[in-house]
Design a protein around this ligand. Structure first.
Ligand SMILES: [Zn+2]
Length: 112
């Protein structure tokens, strides 16, 4: 028998949507110290490029989380969270995990 403990706001160990610094993390992961999203050809959106070590090692995010003060075990928990949510490498965290949890369904895309 386990007593369910509602941890609200406390013990926010792993980096997740609920974490107060989630936005900060996503920001840094997409920036120069992370995947470094950038246009190879300035002004050309099709030339978007970024850095990703796609072996699933989460090298970039690990570094950022460590510098944000997470403990190694917390970082590991975060990685499983990312993995469960479709982020199998650093850039996929941005593509698949960084989306809002309850994004409204936009089936109708017209205002006119
Ligand atoms: Zn990637």
């Amino acid at each position: 028998m386990t007593e369910e403990q509602q941890k609200t706001g406390q013990e926010m160990g792993l980096m997740a949507h609920e974490h107060p610094q989630w936005d900060d993390f996503i920001d840094r992961l997409s920036g120069p110290e992370g995947c470094n999203f950038r246009l190879a050809v300035p002004g050309n959106k099709d030339s978007l490029t970024w850095t990703c070590d796609s072996d699933g090692g989460y090298q970039l995010s690990t570094q950022i989380l460590a510098s944000m003060g997470l403990r190694p075990d917390e970082i590991e928990e975060s990685m499983s969270y990312f993995h469960e949510n479709g982020g199998c490498c650093d850039c996929e965290i941005l593509f698949n995990v960084a989306v809002p949890l309850d994004s409204p369904e936009e089936s109708v895309e017209s205002g006119q």
